[in-house]
Design a protein around this ligand. Sequence first.
Ligand SMILES: [Zn+2]
Length: 303
Amino acid sequence: MSQAAEETRIGPLVFLPGPNKGKYPHCHSLYVEGDKILIDPASDRERLKRLKDEKGVDEVWLTHWHEDHFAHLDLFEDALLSIHALDEPPLGDIETFMDWYGMDPDRDKSLRESWKPLMLEQFHFIPRKPHRLFSGNEELALPSCGKVRVIAAPGHTPGHCAFYFEDFSLLCTADYDLTPFGPWYGDPGSSMEDTICSVTALSQIGAKWVMTCHETGLFENPPDRIWTDYTLVIQRREEALLTFLATGPKTMQEIVEQWIVYKKRREPIEFYSWGEKATMKKHLEALMKQDRVRKIDGRYALK
Ligand SMILES: [Zn+2]
């Protein structure tokens, strides 16, 4: 049973918390009353149904292509859909969706097979063609809440967008969620470097309200420390990896079993070891690019 917290209203902007603190597979949503815009429809399904019936939803904006942000999009088939152009492809095809997570059709066949029913039943995946594609450089004027800046904030995904509601100084940073866990940049299309640039740029806006899509969700005047701690997680992961490699050359499997990202072995193991590997792969690629690590006979070693 879902445990949705209370809504919070800032002018016409209504923060809709997701169940279980908006932790995966849920997220928090934002509703723009008056303009009837819903951002990321993957919070409490029953509440979203009521919202649709009682207040109406004319538009849905997605911050990016991940399933924990569109899980209840099926409720809004008639609404106009917007997403950044770069994040459009996976919404239209379930096979493309899995490709974008780096699941290889041959090598990761069983993972793909276990994801398919989950995508259809839990995340209600229905192929969608967006009506509008953001460039990430828009200034929109909305009747109910004034100027909204659509800000390209790549890294988490290539087309990840933030939304800044200037008149209410509310910045939705989406999956730069300022959690102690830190950012996700493990997809083939994700970028660790872009994540750091985007988080830094968003922190410099100086918004009074920062809304994220998971956990705490709504921050009033977040201190600088919250932003810097968040990007520091990336540095700590790298340090832990380098410390491990300092003990000798390691295979990817040995690196995964260190659980540097998730801190401990978690179930379902197939899902978490895939996430651990995807993230460590990004770090190893960066370290090899910097000529600090090399790969010899299938093992990673310090140079
Ligand atoms: Zn995401």
